[in-house]
Design a protein. Sequence first.
Length: 515
Amino acid sequence: MRETVIFILLTGVITMTRADDCQAVNFGHGSVVCVCNATFCDSVGRIVLPGPGQFLSYVSSKTGSRLVRSQGQFQKNGTGAALRITLNPSQKYQRIKGFGGAMTDAAAMNIQSLSSGAQDQLLRQYFSPDGIEYRFVRVPMASCDFSTRLYTYADTPGDYDLKNFTLAEEDVHMKIPLLQRAQALSAKPLNLFASAWSAPAWLKTNGALTGKGTLKGKPGGREHKTWAQYYIRFLEEYQKYNLSFWGLTSGNEPTAGEMTNYSFQALGFTPETQRDWIALDLGPGLHSSSFSQTRLMILDDNRILLPHWAKVVLSDIQAARYVHGIGFHWYLNKIAPADITLTATHHLYPEYFLFGTEACAGWDPLDRGVRLGSWDRAEDYAHDIIQDLNNYVTGWTDWNLALNQDGGPNWVKNFVDSTIIVDSSKDIFYKQPTFYSMAHFSKFLWEESQRVGVSFSQHTSLEVSAYIRSDASAVLIILNRSDEEVQFEVWDQTLGFLPGSAPPHSILTLLWSRR
Ligand SMILES: *[C@@H]1O[C@H](CO)[C@@H](O)[C@H](O)[C@H]1NC(C)=O
Ligand SMILES: *[C@@H]1O[C@H](CO)[C@@H](O)[C@H](O)[C@H]1NC(C)=O
Ligand SMILES: *[C@@H]1O[C@H](CO)[C@@H](O)[C@H](O)[C@H]1NC(C)=O
Ligand SMILES: *[C@@H]1O[C@H](CO)[C@@H](O)[C@H](O)[C@H]1NC(C)=O
Ligand SMILES: *[C@@H]1O[C@H](CO)[C@@H](O)[C@H](O)[C@H]1NC(C)=O
Ligand SMILES: *[C@@H]1O[C@H](CO)[C@@H](O)[C@H](O)[C@H]1NC(C)=O
């Protein structure tokens, strides 16, 4: 359904076209969710840039706008707005890799709990050119907390040669078929990356998948070699299903298994043992396999560990030669400022990319689980992504692609929120405000988009990030977390002034051609 409304603004005529409308439901958590079923889902659609001198604007807001599109015109004269945002394309920063989410066992179970028509709708929302065009999918290797049982792919004690290595039912019947469908819907090859939570119990000091424990022996030893081969066996098995991996991480949250009696699957490494395992086992193993192009990300743990963790691993030339990037999580960000963690690491090791490998809402003990329609959480996402991108990060991966209304399943009841919440009893799913936060980035920031400079004529509480894409178009993403609307103008030297306004509690993506 399309409707066209003409708005008269202070500054000119803007044509506003609303794409297929969000079927909004308000659960009383600040804003609305959009309901989708097997035959209907609101969709942003394909984006065609308007002609020279025109811009597109997409806005989502607490009051219920969801990627509402409007079109306007640059003007030669200033608009009189007190705030001028100047685009500085000659200040060039990092290039974007992309955005995505994780195909956990729980996500796959929730997606498969829907009818096949609703499953298609959901996958299209994330992966198709009509949807928000996720490029990245994190794939857990074997079980994690978002599983319904504990398993690895090599649970036969003493199987050092991994003769009994086998993918699980969860891979063969759940994650793999869904990943293949996601790939088929996607216009470009998906970038998959794998992360392991725990090694098989018999390789570990504590003889269990959970709790405090590390690999037995030392880097270079038998257990460490087997654990490196396990990664290669995983890549080989997925390859048999035509799923090749863009990358992998050296293991999920290594500090969890190192420091505490952790309640779910974990494998402890210190930066030193991770460094030595990469230098002696994982790096050489991958290098001499047919997966030598697979990108290796270290850390995969909270950014508060930066830059120390990176210094320990990357200052060792034997380890550093096998590493491509640094993956990090968003938990504890409040006590880990982006400049002294991310930017500091970038300046020390500019040739290694920074990449957000996990984040979710509803993890904080004081604000747990699913909140249908929470706008605060949409702002948390957009704020964090902008902050990361403005500190040299190249991509951002959300956690579970779909959860149920409890925020699970999760065998240890570590329930959290997700961008899509499934209600299988009604064969529907809810797109949360966080889904649209992701969209404001994933849909517009193509791979290789380059962040560029912006400057402000006066102090502003707006959060802004600016890009030039491969077709020379410009993208500006603006977050207003405050209660009032503010008028502004964007100045692009090649085109003039773009009249804009950021509604209270809104996320805005502006884009235009600069040719
Ligand atoms: C699906 O949603 C649309 C839009 O809300 C509605 O018109 C339609 O009846 C729904 N279909 C089913 C099977 O509930
Ligand atoms: C633009 O500015 C010039 C110079 O200040 C002025 O002469 C002209 O009338 C302005 N045009 C519009 C459309 O306001
Ligand atoms: C492991 O593999 C061997 C030989 O391939 C087989 O005989 C044995 O039953 C397997 N063990 C398990 C626990 O799967
Ligand atoms: C993998 O792709 C090849 C070539 O496109 C095709 O022949 C083969 O059937 C596919 N295999 C699987 C398991 O999907
Ligand atoms: C670790 O936690 C588990 C489960 O809570 C408990 O059974 C076990 O005794 C704990 N181990 C130690 C060493 O504290
Ligand atoms: C959002 O609105 C508030 C209130 O005017 C303002 O303080 C803040 O700077 C605004 N952000 C934008 C969009 O300018």
